[in-house]
Design a binder for this molecule. Structure first.
Ligand SMILES: O=C(O)CCC(=O)C(=O)O
Ligand SMILES: [Fe+2]
Length: 241
């Protein structure tokens, strides 16, 4: 896959310098972070192995109007993938909680949502893409959306708009495996983003959601959650997250 040259993209440099504060600052300032080498080698290979062994049957995505030509599947909630991503001492939980640690409105811990399923999404068909959008706000306070890349041999770029006062700057990256895009849902804390149409190759991501441990699921938000058919429709009705 295409490697991003950090010398051309100075805003990516914090990743290779291992400067923790810089990527936390990036997230605090823009509500959006692209971070590479997110899981340990061991965690990542466990995730990839389980995905292969699950051999999920994928369906065309229908409920999202901004997504084109993507397919996907739900990851079962009793999977190892769930436990790796929700492990208190795992790299993912540590990263998310580090990002919000000085955010006063996120007073408390972030946990993986048990209402919004982890979903695999595949960009493989020609034209697979997403138009510019904000992610739908499903919780109060706003959830954090994660796009975790499993593999990417495609020519898709993820673009996002960083607002600096009146100035808007468009950033772009071809996400590498074991990287994550981490962003707040909604216009207030998050930022607009898109994926350019695929011409060749394949890109597989996991999409999942972190919420404040006391977050409430917003009324009517469930229409956005029924992405790949059936699943646990009523099970979580009265749960908080
Ligand atoms: O695939 C990506 O990089 C972004 C996906 C996305 O924004 C979404 O599924 O809402
Ligand atoms: Fe999105």
């Amino acid at each position: 896959f295409v490697q991003v040259n950090v010398d051309d993209k100075p805003w990516l440099k914090y990743q290779s310098q291992g400067n923790k504060k810089a990527y936390v600052q990036q997230f605090e300032k823009y509500g959006m972070l692209y971070k590479t080498s997110v899981l340990s080698k061991h965690e990542f290979s466990d995730v990839v192995e389980e995905l292969e062994s699950l051999s999920l049957s994928t369906v065309k995505e229908t409920t999202s109007s901004v997504a084109k030509n993507r397919t996907g599947a739900r990851i079962p909630s009793d999977s190892k993938i769930y436990s790796i991503l929700s492990n208190e001492n795992g790299n993912f939980m540590k990263l998310i909680n580090e990002l919000v640690s000085s955010n006063e409105s996120v007073n408390g811990r972030m946990v993986i949502s048990d209402i919004v399923p982890i979903e695999m999404r595949i960009y493989e068909q020609r034209g697979a893409s997403m138009e510019m959008h904000y992610d739908d706000v499903l919780f109060s306070p706003e959830q954090i959306e994660v796009v975790f890349t499993i593999e990417n041999t495609s020519d898709c770029s993820t673009l996002w708009e960083e607002k600096d006062g009146e100035k808007k700057i468009m950033k772009e990256v071809q996400t590498e495996k074991n990287s994550a895009i981490i962003l707040f849902a909604g216009e207030k804390l998050g930022c607009r983003h898109a994926v350019s149409p695929l011409k060749q190759g394949k890109r597989v991501i996991l999409k999942f959601v972190f919420v404040h441990e006391n977050a409430t699921f917003l009324e009517g938000a469930d229409v956005h959650v029924k992405q790949f058919g059936e699943g646990k429709k009523n099970k979580n009705k009265n749960k908080k997250r």
